[in-house]
Design a protein around this ligand. Structure first.
Ligand code: ZN
Length: 591
């Protein structure tokens, strides 16, 4: 019979430890120490307690745990001396059923990996969905991780061990993240639609109003209907809008959502997660025949990434009356104007101005998004509450000095434009770090017409600086520009710095941020606040109504805009639970 939280919380220590036996390979001390945190409020709480125990353990203990694991499809599997848990996992991943070639390949990888890191390769082979990775995925991941830095790889091994323990714990409790699985599956199914040229390569690319893009809109609208939304429509710019009515016709709406377009060769979760999490919540409300004192409007935004046309945030922009008519004349790489693409898709261009929402009819906007960064993954925390979407400023710059002979010009007589920029780059690194949460990047850096034997006379470069508040961003930018001036004067250089973009920060509305915080705490997972380094649809809605975002941990160092982007069904379930909690809080407040 499945274990319950009550049972675990009530059991004497030794018995409780026995109940959690086998979560960590040959290492009962981890669950044992975590029991000190009883009573547990949730499975997520137990998981995090164990994460903390291991994080506080000595490095030798961590290494001991890693070394307690069997090799993948290794000797222990062949001689059938694996623990019952490991046998089950390696079996489910098909590793007990390798072809001779696959087996030989894995043995080679095992040998190379051990030689490089001194411990066995550990992978949660049941994967992010819990149903098992394919053998090819396992072998590809194995090969990829061989090139990791040893410190990083050791941490990655521990993260996989926690994921293995998470799945084993779920099994013990007979728990399945049912709604998280559904959200995961919707994303998987939607990723079947990809633009021509990418489909053949197995890559996901969905750009504005392509066949794949319109197929996605159809799919999402059908799923919304199945989930019990009262109204579903594809609007004049291609947004899919689902409305679930409130208890009364005059009820205000909570608006939420994210985008369904992708970058080229992107991930399956960027944007889409923020559509399917609220969709799952609405389906549950509908199943319970439950109406809230407010309606819920879920918008799958048609365009956020600016891939096919230069216009970005087109979908959310239209909702705040910020669709620019001149966008219609922009051309894609094939010379097709946006107007033509919209006409081809059957969208009513004349209706676009009517998409603008009356903010007075809305409570606010919330958005769930995969983090797209390494922070939560590194901390082993599933959810993050966003404090602000960073404001940014960009400059396109050029430094000019004197091109001269690299052999004959003594070091103290040079006016090297590239070195001036190099000095500035190092200053920017240090200046941004000083704030803690600012970032500064020189992403473009070149010496036009440079030669191997010429001191650089010109250097073109870009600057991108972001911070959680506008004053913080402006203070950093002012310091950087002052430094640029000082470097140029001291080194006898001239410079131009042209402002090319300035976007205001979008701090979360305090009451909405608090609702996410209360939700996260109620789930028994640690509360972690963080700014968003990337831009999101919430930035646009911010201009007309209060907003706040929730981040979900990404795997593989939170990589995004990349096919390796990933997240677990367990974390998606937590996002659904947190969203539901916010709905319930709002229902109480507005009742
Ligand atoms: Zn996104």
């Amino acid at each position: 019979m499945a274990l319950t939280l009550e049972q675990l919380n009530a059991a004497p220590a030794a018995e409780a430890a026995a109940l959690l036996d086998g979560l960590y390979e040959h290492s009962p001390w981890i669950a044992g120490a975590a029991l000190a945190q009883r009573p547990f409020r949730s499975l997520a709480h137990i998981k995090h307690a164990m994460v903390q125990v291991l994080a506080q353990a000595a490095p030798e203990q961590q290494l001991g745990l890693i070394r307690a694991h069997p090799e993948l499809a290794g000797k222990a599997m062949v001689s059938k001396t694996l623990t019952a848990e490991s046998t089950n996992e390696q079996d489910k991943a098909g590793l007990t059923d390798c072809t001779p070639e696959e087996f030989a390949r894995i043995q080679q990888l095992n040998a190379d990996y051990n030689a490089r890191f001194g411990f066995p390769f550990i992978l949660a082979v049941r994967g992010p969905r819990g149903t098992g990775l394919r053998k090819k995925e396992i072998i590809d991941t194995f090969a990829r991780r061989l090139s990791n830095h040893p410190d990083f790889e050791r941490a990655e091994a521990l993260r996989n061990i926690h994921r293995i323990a998470e799945i084993r714990l779920n099994d013990k409790f007979g728990y399945e993240p049912v709604l998280g699985n559904d959200v995961w599956d919707w994303q998987e199914k939607l990723s079947a639609h990809t633009d021509p040229g990418y489909a053949e390569l197995g890559q996901l690319t969905v750009t504005y109003l392509t066949d794949a893009h319109r197929a996605c809109a159809q799919r999402i609208s059908h799923w919304m209907r199945d989930c019990g939304f009262d109204e579903v429509e594809i609007d004049a710019v291609g947004n899919v809008v689902g409305r679930y009515h409130g208890a009364t016709p005059s009820a205000k709406y909570l608006i939420t959502g994210s985008h369904y377009d992708t970058v080229r060769n992107g991930g399956k979760y960027d944007g889409r997660l923020g559509i399917f999490v609220p969709m799952a919540c609405v389906r549950e409300l509908h199943r319970q025949h439950r109406r809230l004192p407010f309606g819920i409007e879920v918008v799958a935004f048609a365009e956020e990434e600016g891939q096919r046309y230069k216009a970005t945030f087109l979908g959310s922009g239209a909702l705040i009356g910020d669709f620019k008519q001149e966008w219609l004349d922009q051309k894609d790489a094939d010379g097709i104007t946006m107007r033509e693409a919209m006409q081809h898709a059957g969208l009513c261009i004349d209706d676009i101005p009517r998409l603008q929402r009356d903010a007075a009819r809305y409570l606010g906007f919330i958005e769930v998004h995969i983090e797209q960064g390494p922070v939560l993954n590194e901390l082993d925390i599933p959810l993050g509450v966003v404090t602000s979407i960073n404001g940014g400023v960009r400059y396109v710059c050029e430094m000019t000095g004197m091109a001269s002979h690299a052999g004959t010009t003594p070091m103290d007589r040079r006016r090297d434009a590239a070195l001036g920029v190099a000095e500035l780059a190092l200053y920017m690194e240090q200046r941004a770090a000083q704030d803690g949460d600012s970032v500064a990047t020189i992403g473009m850096l070149q010496v036009p017409n440079g030669s191997i034997n010429v001191v650089p006379g010109r250097c073109q470069f870009s600057m991108d600086m972001r911070a959680p508040t506008d004053p913080q961003r402006d203070a950093m930018a002012a310091d950087v520009l002052a430094k640029l001036e000082e470097i140029a004067r001291r080194r006898g250089l001239q410079y131009k710095a042209e402002l090319s973009m300035k976007a205001a920060a979008a701090p979360s509305a305090p009451e909405w941020q608090r609702r996410w915080e209360a939700a996260v705490q109620a789930l028994g997972v640690p509360l972690y606040r963080m700014p968003s380094g990337a831009g999101h649809d919430a930035m646009k809605l911010h201009e007309v109504m209060p907003q706040a975002m929730l981040f979900v941990r990404g795997l593989n160092s939170g990589i995004s805009h990349n096919p390796l982007e990933s997240s677990t069904a367990d974390d998606m379930q937590l996002a659904v639970d947190a969203f539901t909690h916010v709905l319930n809080q709002l229902a109480q407040e507005t009742a």
